[in-house]
Design a protein around this ligand. Structure first.
Ligand SMILES: [Zn+2]
Length: 184
């Protein structure tokens, strides 16, 4: 059992290393496997836990499956495995982008995050000074390392801006409503 957990831990860390050379998967699956006649591509994504019990675990998410019906259960799992899908998305990028790591897939939009943050502070009734809280900074620097957390003054200004925008929208809406009502 210790062997197995070692294997899967190894496989997991291998896959999360930020700059894996593209040849890694070939090294891990020798092209000539004597034992298996139908060497399906699906085997590359699983670690055999027990040949007798026909148990394997997914390299990406550690889910255990039984493969007694050939590789169909493997394919079935891969089609559902979110970790695998995420990796495939990142590996379909150009090699230059690959080196930056999986974070690159997330589109970074400073303004969108900031607008959402302003709304969050209003909706959750969080005091503006909390934007300067150490814990909030720590959280944001991990969640979105490129996002620049603003000061409480900027946040307050943003809130006013948002309030202005919303007020204009409401004003326009009301004047349209009044117009359409007065026509009847
Ligand atoms: Zn999986």
């Amino acid at each position: 059992m210790t062997n197995v957990s070692y294997l899967s831990t190894y496989a997991t860390s291998e896959n999360t290393v930020s700059t894996p050379p593209p040849t890694v998967s070939n090294e891990m699956s020798p092209p000539h496997t004597k034992k298996r006649k139908n060497h399906s591509e699906a085997w590359n994504h699983f670690i055999i836990l027990s040949e007798e019990e026909q148990k394997a675990s997914c390299k990406y998410c550690d889910t255990k499956i039984k493969y007694n019906n050939g590789t169909s259960s493997m394919h079935a799992h891969l089609s559902r495995c979110l970790v695998y899908k995420r990796q495939r998305t990142s590996s379909s990028m150009t090699s230059a982008e690959e080196h930056v790591g999986s974070l690159l897939i997330v589109k970074f939009d400073q303004e969108a995050i900031r607008r959402t943050m302003v709304k969050m502070f209003i909706n959750m009734e969080i005091p503006f000074r909390k934007v300067e809280h150490e814990s909030f900074h720590e959280f944001m620097s991990l969640a979105s390392p490129r996002f620049q957390v603003c000061s409480r003054t900027t946040l307050a200004r943003d809130v006013l801006k948002l309030w202005d925008t919303e007020r204009m929208i409401l004003k326009n809406f009301l004047s349209e409503l009044t117009k359409s009502l007065s026509h009847h």
